[in-house]
Design a protein around this ligand. Structure first.
Ligand code: PNS
Length: 228
């Protein structure tokens, strides 16, 4: 969390640590409602302690994807992003333009929900339409994407530029997929599971349960997890 002075007018949610408690205000409200906020929260007390308020800008990041289904590479990105950003929403895309998702939106969401439920600053959601609009809707400032290889880069670069055009307040950030998961994709996971091999080392338990439900349990030796 970065410390900064109050930045009036920025399109950010602002968290102020006062009296060992977080006070969250929508900073967009500050220019017009500043006096009422002062009455509402005892800023004057705070001011007597320190002329310059120490504030924390709360960064809300969104990690979007099809997650069809969520695999360990995704889970790794979720863990790492949750350590960087104050709040992370894993947003499952309902993408009508994409060829049918294998798992339904509800199934994909329930897997994500199961995986993130023990992580205090991570939530799950679905979105439809433009990602840039979704970020505006939930007041998030950052998009998180995982990058596996240079082959991902060209597509992601295009998306990052487009998203910035669509919502200039948003930054796309990339987290390099851990080496051990860099070969992994949801498509390959489904393919391996379809032919009956064990994918338990590649996906979280919640995804495995869905895969086992859909594909008959005729397990051959399966996939060993790659060395780190
Ligand atoms: O896991 P995926 O399939 O690579 O995720 C792709 C996703 C859902 C992140 C991407 O298709 C997306 O952002 N879709 C929403 C529509 C959108 O905003 N497109 C970009 C601007 S043209």
């Amino acid at each position: 969390m970065g410390a900064a002075n109050v930045r009036v007018g920025a399109s950010l949610n602002l968290g102020i640590l006062w009296n060992a408690r977080w006070i969250c205000v929508d900073i967009l409200q500050l220019p017009t409602h500043y006096p009422s906020l002062i009455t509402h929260y005892p800023f004057d007390t705070l001011e007597s302690v320190s002329k310059e308020y120490t504030t924390f800008i709360m960064i809300h990041a969104v990690y979007p994807g099809s997650f069809d289904p969520l695999h360990n590479g995704h889970v790794d990105i979720i863990h790492r992003a949750s350590r960087i950003y104050d709040r992370l929403t894993v947003a499952v895309a309902n993408n009508p333009l994409k060829e049918t998702g294998f798992f339904s939106l509800e199934e994909r969401l329930s897997i994500v929900h199961e995986v993130v439920k023990g992580m205090p600053n991570v939530g799950s959601d679905t979105f439809e339409g433009l990602l840039a609009d979704y970020l505006r809707q939930v007041g998030a400032q950052v998009i998180v994407k995982g990058l596996r290889a240079i082959s991902d880069f060209e597509y992601e670069l295009q998306m990052a530029h487009l998203n910035r055009q669509l919502n200039p307040n948003v930054e796309t950030t990339f987290i390099m997929t851990a080496t051990r998961w860099s070969y992994l994709s949801s498509t390959r996971v489904k393919e391996i599971a379809r032919f009956g091999a064990d994918v338990s080392r590649l996906v979280p338990k919640a995804s495995l349960a869905q895969l086992n439900r859909v594909f008959p349990q005729k397990r051959s030796e399966g996939v060993q997890e790659a060395p780190s």
